[in-house]
Ligand binder design. Structure first.
Ligand code: ATR
Length: 297
């Protein structure tokens, strides 16, 4: 028999959600644990909203190292954390809880990190992209807020456009207030653009990010792509949609000769900070990881 991987000393973590069966996090973390030979396990934790606090306290009592948190618990995760990282406050989201040996719960948001890391993994120099122009975000939901916060931290001017214009304006106001309250340093420029902007993507935009469900298989419009004709030749186009991995937006970008980045990288990279904190090892996102997770999508 081979050496047992999970022993009495195993480090434990999991994902709290309701429902949680669709979550890819157990697949990904257990893949990394197995590959790195770490004595640990990561489990799905289906927890109803009214049981969230009881469940988190129970996990702490049972010696878990921490947990990821997904819908519908993100606000409750914010509330239960004793410390919330400043950028998680700007992002308005906590998706990773780390239970300290001192009994304190530390909350952070790793989506923005995951997004930027997925660009860097493709060889993109984030600072150079920022120096060439603004970031244009399509959409004004939670994903847009997390990505906007990360881009602001890296000094990007951020433009938000959304079908419902009032939500775009609300997002800019919320981000401005949160930045003033929680972030250090000067606030980068934040603005909005009409969703039906006649010239398509303006030439002074260096990074375009789709945070809506447009282009997603089974989403509101699976064939959607914006007009890229007026865009700069150095525009980087990113989509957080990862099913399909080649969205019509990414295909349009490739046809136009632009760099196009899909959403799977963000999903994989956002898991790395939690893995490091709970299991004490560095998880790598490489071709084997992408192939393994893609096979279960
Ligand atoms: P999340 O928190 O995951 O980012 P969300 O808050 O539900 O998700 O936001 C989804 C985004 O997709 C919103 O920006 C939404 O636009 P509205 O605010 O106008 O609803 C956008 N979206 C969804 N369906 C759309 C469609 N058919 N056309 C344009 N935008 C759409």
């Amino acid at each position: 028999m081979s050496t047992p991987r999970i022993t009495g000393k195993a480090r434990l973590a999991g994902v709290l959600g309701h429902p949680v069966a669709h979550s890819l996090s157990p697949v990904l973390h257990n893949y990394w644990l197995e590959r790195l030979g770490v004595d640990g396990a990561y489990v799905p934790l289906p927890v109803a909203p009214d049981q969230f606090v009881t469940a988190v306290r129970g996990l702490q009592a049972a010696g878990f190292r921490g947990a990821n948190v997904t819908i519908p618990h993100k606000e409750a995760a914010f509330a239960i954390a004793d410390e919330v990282a400043p950028m998680a406050r700007v992002a308005g989201s906590v998706n990773t809880l780390v239970f300290g040996e001192d009994g304190r719960i530390r909350g952070s948001s790793t989506d923005g990190f995951g997004f930027l890391a997925s660009l860097e993994a493709e060889g993109i120099d984030i600072g150079a992209v920022r120096d060439r122009g603004a970031a244009l975000l399509l959409g004004a939901g939670g994903a847009a807020r997390s990505i906007a916060a990360a881009l602001m931290e890296r000094g990007f001017s951020v433009i938000v456009t959304n079908r419902t214009a009032t939500r775009a304006r609300e997002l800019v106001e919320t981000l401005s207030q949160a930045w003033r309250d929680h972030a250090a340093g000067a606030m980068p420029a934040l603005s909005t653009l009409p969703w039906d902007h006649p010239a398509g993507v303006p030439a002074d935009v260096s990074l375009l990010v789709n945070t809506t469900s447009l282009g997603m298989a089974g989403g509101p419009d699976a064939s959607w792509a914006p007009d890229l004709t007026g865009a700069a030749d150095h525009l980087i186009v990113a989509d957080i949609v990862y099913v399909p991995c080649e969205t019509p937006l990414l295909e349009a970008a490739a046809t136009r000769g632009l760099t196009a980045i899909g959403g799977l990288g963000m999903l994989l990279h956002q898991a790395r900070p939690g893995f490091r904190a709970w299991f004490g090892a560095e998880a790598e996102v490489d071709a084997a990881t992408v192939a393994y997770v893609s096979a279960v999508l």
